[in-house]
Design a protein around this ligand. Sequence first.
Ligand code: PMP
Length: 451
Amino acid sequence: MPTAADTRLALERDYRARTRRSAALHDEARRYFPGGVTRSVTYHAPYPLSIADGCGCRLRDVDGNPYRDLLINFGAMIHGHAHPAIVSAIRDQLGRGTDYGAPTESHLQLAREIMRRVASVERLRFTTSGTEAVLYAVRAARAFTRRSKILKMEGSYHGGYDSVSVSVDPGANAPEAPRGVVASAGLPPEVATNTLVAPFNDLNAVERILHAHRADLAAVIVEPVTVRGMIPADGEFLRALRELTRQLDVLLIVDEVVTFRLSEGGAQKRFGVTPDLTTFGKIIGGGLPVGAFGGRADIMSGFDPSHVPAVHHSGTFAGNNAVMAAGLAALSLLNADAFDHLDMLGERLRHGLRAAARSAGFEAHVTGMGSLAALHLSAGPVRCYRDAVRTDRETMRWLHLALLNRGIFARAGGSFFLSTPMQTADVDETIVAVEGALKDVRPIYDSTRNG
Ligand code: PMP
C-alpha cells in the first residue's frame, strides 16, 4: 500500500501531466488576477483547469481532456452547455439588441413564467445575480418591518452581500447561536450584530432565538437545501418555521437561488411552504447572469417608484433581454418530465455514492434531494453545518483531484449537480469514477484517521 505522501505526489503528478496548458494559462492569469482567478470559488490547488468548451453535460479543457460536468457552474446550467433552444433564443435577441434602458415584453414573459410556477410571488424584480436578489429581499424586509436584524442559518451561503456574510463556514468551534462570525475580512463587525445565526434544522433553537429577538427581527432567511453540503431541511422544520414567523410577525425569505431546480414550483412547492419573499438566480437565466426576488404584493410595493419615498432598486443590466430570452427558453424546457428525469438521476446517484463508499471501505454519508447530492466523509447523520464540518476535508481535497484525473468535473467539497442532458449511463460512470477515486485516496484517508 502506498503512503499518504506517495499518493498525494502521484495524484498531483498525474494532474500536472494531463493539464500542461491549464498550468501555463494559470501562470499568466496570476499576473492579472489575485490567485489567477476572477472568482475565488473556482480556485483549487495546484491550479484550476482552464476550460475550452462545453456541450450538453460534457466539458473539454484546453489540453483536450474530456470531462463529465457535475458542477454545471454551481448548478446554473441545468440543461448543460449550449442547449440548442437556449442558443437560438439568445441569438435571436442578440440580433435585435440586448438592453435599451426601458421595459420590454421579454421582462413580462419571464416574470409570467416564474409567477405561473410560484404562487407566493405576487410581484417580482429582476437583478443580475443571486447576491443582489438577496440584498434587495433583505432590504425589502427591513423597509417593510422597519426592523434591522435578520436571522440566518449557520453554514448557509446566500452570496456576497455583507448582511448574509456571517457564519458561512465558521469552523468546528463556532460560537454558540445566535452569535455569528463575519465570513470575510473587510466586513465591519457590526454586520454580525445585525445578523443572528441559528443551527439549521433545530426548531427549538430557532424558536428560542425568535422569541428573544422578535422585536428587532425583520426576517429569517433560509435555504430549503443548504448548498454547502446539500443538506435538506426537515419538512417539519421548514413548515414550523413558517408558522412561527407568521405568529411572531417576522418575515420569511426562502432562498431558492439553487433550490428552484427541485420542482416546477421550486423547493417551496416540494416542501409545502409559502414564504413572504423568495430569491432566485442561476437556472432562471438559462446560463446568463441573473437573479430575481419577489413575494407578497404589499411588501414588494415598497419598490413602486411612483410612491415617495420608494425603496431603491435598480441595476444597469437588471432585466437584460438576452438573459430574459435565455431564461424563458430554459424554463420552457423544465416541465414535469424534466423534473422526473432529474429526480430519477438524483436517486440513482445518491444510491450509487453510498454503494461506492461502502465498497471502497469509507465511513461516509450521502445527502441531497432531487438533482442535488453530496458525499460526506464522516459517519452520518448530517443534518446541519456542525455535522457537515466533521467531514474529512483533507481527503476531500484529494478526492477532487482524483475525480478530475478520472474525467469527473465536480465541486471540491464532494457535492454534485445533475442536468437534464445526463442519462443513467452518465450517472453510472460517475459512480464508477467516484469509487475508483475513493480507492485512489485511501492512503490519505487512512492517514488522516490514524494521525
Ligand atoms: N444564494 C444561494 C443559496 C447561493 O447558493 C448563491 C450562490 N451560489 C447565492 C445566493 C448568490 O448567487 P450569485 O452567485 O448569483 O450572486
